[in-house]
Design a binder for this molecule. Structure first.
Ligand SMILES: Cc1cc2nc3c(=O)[nH]c(=O)nc-3n(C[C@H](O)[C@H](O)[C@H](O)COP(=O)(O)OP(=O)(O)OC[C@H]3O[C@@H](n4cnc5c(N)ncnc54)[C@H](O)[C@@H]3O)c2cc1C
Length: 430
């Protein structure tokens, strides 16, 4: 007899939420996490000014209902990101011109969302190939490619167009996605969820292999074995495919896991003595048309003044190969160009490189780079019970976001609960 009802591998938001739902519903669960902390792609550090900041997932907006509800349930309130004043555009254009270009790029995004992903004309197309087919000015095409590199963090020459159109259709916010953050950090929220799991969570537990049969699963963590009736792999697809399965997964599942590539992102916190850009009526945001894949915004709160700089896609991959000293010089040079000499006098520059992260693969999420794998998400969501796959990437809403991870965790928990309890309705609200 298996020792437990359910084992969950991975204590990112997907795994934390799935484990909490199932534990609260009375199932005997064990959550195994490779790192010595919870949160996965949500993590934090304490800066030299004593302020704790998120070095991974951080921002959200009011259009993300599951995350908003979770924050409220844990008794805290979101902080509003600073948004008064103008955004700086590089190369320099007036705020009006910059916004006009942004609206044209956004209209192209709407056009992408409106395409039929099953249209045979679009099969096997990359995002770059789709853009090349559009009759649009060069600056709009470049603006769109910049957006793709910055948000999906891979080259548009690699990403499947059908995937991107389907993925973006599920990112439904109408408010700015960086609208809010938590003063305590998002990582604090992950720790709060984990605290309720108590002894059902094991850190430093690196799962390497999975034996499965219709009767249940056994997973191996170094020399230790754990068994359960069901197994949830709450891991990004590029991480799930590293595990060894016995018997081997079906060809369809193997192909579905192989279809993904990890994103590349580096997140930089630059701390200052004061938010000096506000004096010039600037909101702290910078949109760089060149180099592509760069974005900065104000992340100050309380007595902490700072900017966050995101580096995504091929640019992050390049900087991953160079030293932090060189990256610091590069970032400060860009900020001085955008905001003037005071930007070159930071109190601290903190760099978190997520490229090829050993346990999350990369950032902000995996994306589909196999052009003929339109069914990869469906195949993984179907899984191979007693083995189930779940992660933010596979979410029906906000894939690649913390909201998506929560939705994916709830969805897989509902399915596993009803499989274990044979059709008994879930005791929580969907
Ligand atoms: C720099 C950065 C900035 C981001 N910014 C935002 C943002 O502002 N807003 C937003 O909504 N989203 C943001 N995201 C994305 C968001 O953080 C992720 O979509 C979400 O956290 C993914 O959660 P997950 O549980 O699906 O996966 P993960 O967080 O990757 O969790 C997987 C877990 O599995 C563990 N694991 C891996 N292998 C094993 C193994 N063999 N055995 C046991 N455990 C294992 C990992 O350690 C990890 O804890 C950002 C991500 C990054 C990296």
């Amino acid at each position: 007899m298996p020792e437990r009802d359910v084992i969950i591998v991975g204590a990112g938001f997907t795994g934390l939420v799935a484990a909490s739902q199932l534990a609260d519903a009375g199932l005997d669960v064990l959550l195994l996490e490779a790192r010595s902390r919870v949160g996965g792609k949500v993590e934090s550090t304490v800066l030299t000014n004593g302020r704790r900041v998120d070095t991974g997932g951080q921002f959200f907006c009011r259009d993300m209902p599951q995350l908003m509800a979770l924050i409220e349930a844990h008794g805290t309130m979101p902080m509003m990101s600073y948004a008064d004043g103008d955004t700086v555009f590089r190369p320099p254009v007036s705020p009006a011109e910059g916004l006009a270009l942004w609206h044209r790029v956004d209209a192209l995004r709407e056009q992408m969302i409106a395409t039929d992903p099953h249209d045979p004309e679009l099969a096997g197309l990359t995002v770059a190939a789709w853009i090349a087919r559009q009759d649009i000015p060069a600056n709009v095409a470049q603006g769109f490619l910049r957006l793709v590199k910055g948000l999906w963090c891979r080259s548009p020459e690699e990403i499947s167009f059908a995937y991107l159109a389907s993925n973006d259709r599920r990112i439904t916010n109408t408010h700015w996605e960086l609208e809010m953050f938590l003063a305590e950090t998002m990582h604090w929220l992950a720790e709060r969820i984990a605290a309720n799991l108590d002894h059902r969570l094991r850190l430093d537990a690196r799962v390497t292999h999975v034996d499965h049969s219709p009767g249940g699963v056994t997973v191996g963590v170094e020399q230790e074995l754990f068994s359960a009736r069901r197994l949830i792999l709450a891991l990004p697809p590029t991480i799930s495919r590293r595990l060894s399965f016995s018997p081997a997964l079906s060809d369809a599942l193997g192909r579905a896991l192989a279809a993904w590539g990890a994103g590349n992102a580096i997140k930089v916190h630059v701390t200052y003595a004061r938010p000096f850009w506000r004096v010039d009526a600037l909101n702290g945001s910078v949109m760089w048309q060149e180099p592509q894949g760069l974005y900065a915004c104000d992340a100050s709160h309380g007595d902490h003044a700072g900017l966050v700089v995101f580096i995504g896609g091929p640019l992050a991959d390049d900087w991953h190969r160079k030293s932090n000293g060189e990256l610091r010089t590069f970032i400060l040079g860009l900020l001085v160009d955008a905001f003037g000499p005071e930007a070159g006098q930071p109190q601290e520059v903190h760099i978190r490189d997520w490229v090829a992260d050993p346990w999350s693969g990369g950032a902000y999420s995996d994306v589909i780079v196999e052009l003929d794998a339109a069914d990869a998400e469906d195949v993984l969501n179907h899984g191979a019970p007693p083995v189930y796959f779940a992660s933010s990437e596979l979410s029906p809403s906000f894939p690649g976001y913390i909201e998506g991870a929560i939705v994916a965790g709830k969805q897989v928990a509902a399915r596993v609960f009803s499989d274990v309890r044979q059709g008994v309705a879930t005791p929580w609200q969907e």
